[in-house]
Design a protein around this ligand. Structure first.
Ligand SMILES: N[C@@H](CCC(=O)N[C@@H](CS)C(=O)NCC(=O)O)C(=O)O
Length: 207
C-alpha cells in the first residue's frame, strides 16, 4: 500500500493536491469521498480533518490538511522532484510568499467576486482589494515562464490552480499574463493526468 493517501472530492480544492501528487511522481492512493452523501462529515473523516473539508493527506502516520501546506510539505518531503526551494536558498522567501498568497489573498478575493459580496474596506482585509491582487499577480507572471522564473514549483501548483479555477468560473479577468501562464501549465502532463482522472471521478459520482 502506498505511504501517501489523498482524501479527495473531484473536482475541488483537493484537485490542487491531486495535481501536486502527479508532479511529485510517488505512488499514492486516492480515497474519494462522496460529498452528496456527506462522507466528509462522517465521524471517521472528521477524525482525519475536523473541518470536514478536503484535501487531507495521510503520509504514513502524519495527517496534513490545507492545500497549500500539503503542497509545501510534499515538495520538502520529496526534494528529488525539484518542486521546492531549499531552506537556506534566498529564493525560499518569494517561494513561501506565493504559497501563502494563494489561500490568503487570491482565493478570498476571487470568492468575494464570485459571490458578489460587497468589498470590505481595503485596509481591513488581508488581501486589500480584488484589482490589487490581480495587478500584483499579473506583474509577477509577466517575466515567466513560472513564478520563480525558470523553476516550476509547488507555488505554481497553488497559484496556477487558483487562476485556472477563477478563470473557469469567470471571476478572474482574462488578462494576457493569466492566459499565457495557465496555457503553459495546461501543457504539463501531470496536470493533464490529474484533470482526466478528476473528470472520470466526477462522472462516476454523478452517475
Ligand atoms: N482552507 C482549505 C479549504 C478546503 C475546502 O474548502 N474544501 C472544500 C472543497 S473545494 C470542501 O471540502 N467542501 C466540502 C464541505 O465543506 O462540505 C484548503 O485550502 O485546503
Amino acid at each position: 500500500m502506498p505511504d501517501l493517501t489523498l482524501f479527495h472530492i473531484a473536482p475541488s480544492r483537493s484537485s490542487i493536491v491531486h495535481w501536486m501528487l502527479e508532479e511529485v511522481g510517488q505512488p499514492y492512493e486516492l480515497r474519494v469521498l462522496n460529498h452528496k452523501q456527506g462522507e466528509n462529515r462522517s465521524a471517521e473523516y472528521l477524525a482525519i480533518n475536523p473541518m470536514g473539508k478536503v484535501p487531507a493527506l495521510r503520509h504514513a502516520d502524519a495527517i496534513i490538511t490545507e492545500a497549500a501546506a500539503i503542497c509545501c510539505y510534499l515538495a520538502d518531503a520529496y526534494p528529488e522532484a525539484g518542486l521546492g526551494v531549499p531552506l537556506l536558498d534566498r529564493r525560499r522567501g518569494p517561494y513561501l510568499k506565493w504559497l501563502f498568497f494563494g489561500p490568503s489573498c487570491l482565493e478570498p478575493a476571487v470568492v468575494d467576486r464570485m459571490f458578489k459580496r460587497e468589498e470590505a474596506p481595503r485596509g481591513a482585509v488581508g488581501w486589500g482589494d480584488f484589482n490589487s491582487v490581480m495587478d500584483v499577480l499579473a506583474d509577477a507572471l509577466r517575466p515567466g515562464p513560472y513564478l520563480l522564473g525558470e523553476q516550476f514549483t509547488a507555488a505554481d501548483v497553488v497559484i496556477g490552480s487558483g487562476l485556472r479555477w477563477g478563470m473557469a468560473v469567470k471571476a478572474i479577468p482574462e488578462r494576457s499574463e493569466f492566459i499565457v501562464y495557465v496555457g503553459r501549465l495546461e501543457q504539463r502532463p501531470a496536470l493533464q493526468r490529474a484533470v482526466e482522472r478528476d473528470l472520470a471521478l466526477a462522472a462516476d459520482a454523478s452517475a
